[in-house]
Design a protein around this ligand. Structure first.
Ligand SMILES: Nc1ncnc2c1ncn2[C@@H]1O[C@H](COP(=O)(O)OP(=O)(O)OP(=O)(O)O)[C@@H](O)[C@H]1O
Length: 283
């Protein structure tokens, strides 16, 4: 296996006496979207801060692009992108000039600016000042800025929270493109649908501990103990059947008689997996 672009080994973080992260370990490879899922206060932002050199861990080791996080300096920002609450914008500059400032710093062709602004739906607002943007527009500008230089590693703290479905979809497409180009994407989200759709693997974080770590599909199958099937019949009846020999026979009869319109297995979603694994709700 190639060297991971993000590697975290037994990292813990204490704030005074309170443990915010307890011995967490994971890796993110090139071309992987990794979802970090957990309720408020579980340690997601703390992890991003450690990985981006804004906060020191109390113990353990972490590496980004092969560099120990303790050694992160400005030069790494040419290769990584960060989207967090505190990703500041130049409030008095326009949308466009916020991006040209970064394009210059990061040696990016200015043509990419218009392309990105179009993709995130900000092209008609390119001359607006950052201070006059709505929250969602600011978020889109911060995202464009983080993706401007097609970073090898991208950290996103709740990237689509508060965005409308159309913009969210556009952002998802951009993230999938970056992934296709080999970026490692670390994403925190409360949104389980987003995680299921985008992430190759997810870690469920509860009180600073990773309680599960696998692909969304593997996790939903693992927690699918009470197997059931949902069927829709020709006469509009909708039924949920347990996984028993009698049900299978019944389903077979419907099939033979051409009475079955749809059939689905009922795996739990990630929200239910989280509840099962931790005994608490995700949000
Ligand atoms: N600078 C700090 N000083 C003291 N405690 C802190 C500090 N930063 C975070 N914490 C604590 O660490 C824990 C984890 O916080 P963190 O911000 O990482 O959570 P989170 O999962 O990102 O939550 P949210 O989804 O609400 O952003 C919380 O108990 C928080 O109070």
């Amino acid at each position: 296996m190639e060297h991971p672009l993000i590697h975290v080994e037994h990292v813990s973080k204490k704030f005074k006496k309170e443990a915010a992260l307890k011995d967490i370990t994971f890796s993110v490879q090139a071309g992987e979207i990794f979802g970090f899922l957990g309720p408020s206060g579980s340690g997601k932002t703390t992890t991003i801060k450690i990985l981006t050199g804004q906060l020191a861990q109390s113990s353990g080791q972490a590496f980004v692009l092969g560099n120990p996080v303790e050694q992160i300096d400005e030069s790494i920002y040419e290769q990584i992108g960060i989207v967090t609450d505190n990703s500041g914008l130049y409030e008095r500059l326009s949308v466009y000039h916020n991006l040209t400032a970064f394009a210059k710093l990061l040696n990016v062709d200015k043509k990419r600016i218009d392309l990105l602004l179009t993709r995130v739906g900000l092209i008609d607002d390119k001359n607006k000042l950052a201070k006059d943007l709505s929250k969602g527009m600011k978020q889109r500008l911060i995202l464009s800025r983080a993706m401007l230089h097609q970073p090898k590693v991208l950290f996103l703290d709740e990237p689509t929270s508060g965005l409308d479905p159309v913009t969210t979809e556009a952002i998802h497409e951009l993230l999938l493109e970056l992934k296709e180009n080999g970026a490692a994407i670390f994403l925190t989200t409360h949104n389980m649908e987003e995680a299921t759709k985008l992430c190759d693997s997810v870690a469920l974080l509860n009180d600073g501990l990773i309680v599960e770590h696998d692909s969304p599909k593997a996790l939903t199958l693992k927690y699918n103990q009470d197997k059931r099937y949902q069927v829709l019949l020709e006469d509009d009846q909708e039924l949920t059947l347990p996984h028993t020999a009698a049900s299978i026979e019944q389903i077979n009869r419907w099939l033979v008689n051409d009475e079955l319109v749809t059939i689905h297995s009922c795996e739990p979603n990630l929200e239910k997996v989280f509840l099962e694994a931790t005994g608490r709700e995700l949000v």
